[in-house]
Design a protein around this ligand. Sequence first.
Ligand SMILES: NC(=O)c1ccc[n+]([C@@H]2O[C@H](COP(=O)([O-])OP(=O)(O)OC[C@H]3O[C@@H](n4cnc5c(N)ncnc54)[C@H](OP(=O)(O)O)[C@@H]3O)[C@@H](O)[C@H]2O)c1
Length: 369
Amino acid sequence: MTVPLRGGLGPARLLRLQRGRCNAIKELLRSSSMNNGTLLQSCRNYRAALCTELTKPLIVRNLPSPPLQPHEVRVGVHYCGVNFADILACRGLYQEKHCLPFTPGMEFSGTVMETGANVSTVQEGDRVIGVSSMSAMAEECVADQKMLWPIPEGVSYEEAAALPVSYGTAILALDQRARTQPGETVLVTAAAGATGLAAIDVAANVLKTKVIAAAGSDHKCNLALEKGAAHSVNYTQGSLKEEVKKLTENRGVNVVLDAVGGDIFKEALYSLAWEGRIVVVGFAGGAIPSVPANLLLLKNVSALGVYWGRYREEDFPVFSSSISSALWYCQERRIRPHLGAVFKLEEVNEAFSRVTQRKSTGKVIISVK
Ligand SMILES: NC(=O)c1ccc[n+]([C@@H]2O[C@H](COP(=O)([O-])OP(=O)(O)OC[C@H]3O[C@@H](n4cnc5c(N)ncnc54)[C@H](OP(=O)(O)O)[C@@H]3O)[C@@H](O)[C@H]2O)c1
């Protein structure tokens, strides 16, 4: 298990680091075009996906390996997770803005290649997963030593790459935010997505709750049932609220994790039982709903939010333990991440389309090796 450390990178420092990196990439692209696309061979290069213009397809380019700061580690990336946040960032719609050009990618698994002078937590050859504020869709990723967690024996690079964002979010939403108890009933929307299947896995197989999975097709509902949900509702075929009522004999559910927003959020809110908790995870459907406050009062229910990445700044021990817990559950085979698709780095735009077209199930990852 990782020993959690306090104090991540502050927002101002992160921004300075990102700016410095952007300038380096800009300079590289400039010299690359001056040399007809052939890079100067004076340093080692690595391939990376680059967003050079918002809303336009990514390109794969060679970039020079940057020197390491004393606390930094260079990781040879094996797999990198694709997240909604990467896609939003490349459209300029994510809450954290990145200056162009940048390499997307918030999570990765790989092998330590090189360590900075002050690094004491990992050494060359170690298998690790890592979190970066963007830059992981590449053959190499430089990370602060605090942002790496050792992959335990028995957990593969593929599985490990699927854990940080989706399982970290599911664990924090269910445990830290909703305080979910064994035996409670949990409704998960977008249930066959990356966060959805992770939430079902943790809720059913770790927290021992009864899960109702809600998704947009019968195929997705079946997958959620295979993962451990007790019941499923296809919300394109009728009212989610009415189906939940039937399934719970009018009692409603204790906890909701909603990643869709819009009308699905509202139906889920109406499906809460007495003293129920709804956790806002995301707005995959695009519409941000408003909460009728009278309902919170009348049913004694709570509306909560979860923003996993923000814990990195505000409460690092909680952030770190969401990742170490996921690794531990995976090693114990209590959870089994579902890999919906694996794309090559050159297929990064196809990987993004798979997610935006609502065709993906579970985690989409990019194989870099
Ligand atoms: N708060 C946090 O810390 C946190 C962490 C991770 C993710 N998120 C957010 O949670 C949401 C889901 O993330 P994810 O990684 O689980 O994504 P995902 O794997 O792509 O799943 C998203 C699911 O949302 C549903 N959906 C409904 N309307 C959609 C639309 N218009 N376009 C695309 N999908 C739509 C789809 O399921 P159906 O077809 O079954 O409806 C889809 O499978 C995103 O908004 C993401 O930003 C938040």
